[in-house]
Design a protein around this ligand. Structure first.
Ligand code: KIV
Ligand code: ZN
Length: 533
């Protein structure tokens, strides 16, 4: 694969990409991922050239602890980071989760704005100052790669901000991150904040300044770039911009802005841009967060030209309406791949070309499904294969399996579903009715495998064009405050729906087995320094 990264510039202009899809991204309601999904995302981020992967918040839950531990074991190139509040327990838990990482980073934070200190922490500024020194010093016991953040920095008193940053660096922080936690700042103001820190903090040259911008006013990317122009050399961002509320700065937009406008920005990143579309698809698929059609860089319409004038211009020269090529971000014109006569060898090559590595069993199952699909569908495109393989990869050692489904629908109700499931190795069948075919299918699943989970989301999307397109269905279930997302693909929308529901159920069964003692309290209180010492 040819590197599409921008011509490398001077090392002083190199900007580190710190991806927090697995931490801040996963904090968006409904975006929770299973361990297996997090590992797939982490592997892709690592291959793509992300410098630091924030893999979770180890004190928040056993699941987060495990994901930081496993990502740390898996990742070969990137630094792996765990988040911790200012307390001793948080930092020790992060240190423990990172013990297998080749290059571990602890990211510790505490709020510094008046509103947060008063109402959230109920701490005086001098207590916060003490906590800063304490937490960074403690984190340095585990690694010399310590990042520190003043949460709500952009609403913090400037003198106090300079003082806490100086204290953190004196205690050993090697990166100081300046979060626009509530997405409040504007590009010029953020530029000035970073400039102020560079001018007024005497030891600032001992740390890398980082940006962390939320998108509440739609300015996260612009603010991050302004921070870089003022001297920040790390950007915190997420794939597709997912994250708390309106999200974080979108990695793909930041990277391509610097790449396309290298005439204005000398700064560069190490990201392999041809992997951006794939990363976007993977994160959208595992979270069931759709990418808006007109989303910059990775939206379905980002390179579509509808109006006659534009199409005419494009035919004459694509630079008339395109500032970057779709190929540069990994979007290939939908290619016809294979038909029912394609063999196992060609299929394996295609799978590898699409960036997957499957074990023998997964390959065999994917091949059987591909043959079945090619029998039913006239043209099989790359996107069909991706949907099918994603489905296979998402499967674990499933307690519940779909064996068969027959649905009767039509204008004369009630609609009914005849379903057979394999549950713990035994087949069970049932017929159920419902208000429509999807309802009948889901009622049948509930009748065979009783549960109290509530359906939060049911979403259908066509993988390609045409009436024989595969339907890709996402289902989100919620039980006791925990959410799981399942997906399924098939040319039959009801079969895809049943697969998605069953896949979510299997994840729920695994989740039930893992307890999460501190998860609900982790964000509602910030370990007071008094219990930290
Ligand atoms: O937005 C924020 O302030 C954060 C911090 C934990 C860095 O996510
Ligand atoms: Zn954040």
């Amino acid at each position: 694969m040819t590197k599409q990264t921008k011509q490398q510039g001077s090392s002083a202009d190199r900007v580190l990409i710190f991806d927090t899809t697995l931490r801040d991204g996963e904090q968006s309601p409904g975006a929770s991922m299973t361990l297996g999904e997090k590992l797939r995302v982490a592997e892709l981020l690592d291959t793509m050239g992300v410098d630091i992967i924030e893999a979770g918040f180890p004190i928040a839950s056993n699941g987060d602890f495990e994901s930081v531990t496993e990502v740390a074991k898996l990742v070969g190139n990137a630094q792996v980071c765990g988040l911790a509040r200012a307390g001793e327990k948080d930092i020790d838990r992060a240190g423990e989760a990172l013990k297998h990482a080749k290059n571990p980073r602890i990211h510790t934070f505490i709020s510094t704005s008046p509103v947060h200190m008063k109402h959230k922490l109920q701490m005086e500024p001098d207590e916060v100052m003490e906590a800063v020194a304490f937490s960074v010093t403690r984190a340095r016991k585990y690694t010399d790669n310590v990042e520190w953040s003043p949460e709500d920095a952009t609403r913090t008193d400037p003198d106090f901000l300079c003082a806490v940053v100086e204290t953190a660096i004196k205690a050993g922080a090697t990166t100081v991150n300046i979060p626009d936690t509530v997405g409040y700042t504007m590009p010029q103001e953020y530029f000035e904040t970073v400039t102020m820190l560079r001018n007024r903090v005497p030891n600032i040259d001992k740390a890398v300044i980082s940006t962390h911008c939320h998108n509440d006013l739609g300015l996260a990317v612009a603010n991050s770039l302004a921070g870089v122009q003022a001297g920040a050399r790390q950007i915190e961002c997420t794939i597709n911009g997912i994250g708390e509320r309106a999200g974080n700065a979108a990695l793909e937009e930041i990277v391509m802005a610097m790449n396309v406008r290298s005439d204005l920005m000398a700064q560069w990143t190490n990201i392999e841009t041809t992997m951006l579309a794939r990363a976007s698809k993977l994160v959208s698929s595992v979270t069931a967060f759709p990418v808006q059609y007109n989303k910059a860089i990775v939206g379905q319409n980002a390179f579509a030209h509808e109006s006659g004038i534009h199409q005419d211009g494009m035919l004459k020269n694509n630079q008339t309406y395109e500032i970057m090529t779709p190929e540069s971000v990994g979007i290939s014109q939908s290619s016809l791949v294979m038909g029912k006569h394609s063999g196992r060898h060609a299929f394996r090559e295609k799978i590898n070309e699409l960036g997957y590595e499957l074990g023998d069993n997964q390959m065999q199952e994917a091949f059987v499904r591909f043959k079945d699909l090619a029998d039913r569908k006239k043209h099989v495109f790359d996107d069909d294969i991706i949907a099918l393989v994603d489905d296979e990869v998402a499967k674990g050692v499933d307690a519940v399996k779909l064996v068969s489904l027959r649905v009767i629908s039509g204008s004369e109700g009630p609609q009914s579903a005849d379903l057979v499931l394999e549950i713990h190795g035994e087949q069970h069948g049932v017929q159920s009715t419902g208000d429509g075919p999807v309802d009948a299918t889901f009622n049948a699943i509930k009748a065979l495998f009783e549960h109290d989970a509530v359906l939060q989301l049911y979403q259908v999307h066509a993988v390609t064009e045409g009436t024989d397109a595969q339907a890709e269905v996402s289902v989100r279930l919620e039980e006791g405050g925990k959410t799981v997302t399942g997906r399924g693909a098939d040319t039959d929308t009801m079969v895809a729906s049943a697969r998605a529901y069953v896949s979510a159920l299997n994840k729920l069964i695994i989740k039930r087995q893992k307890t999460a003692p501190d998860s609900d309290s982790a964000w509602s209180s910030v370990g007071r320094v008094s219990d930290a010492k």
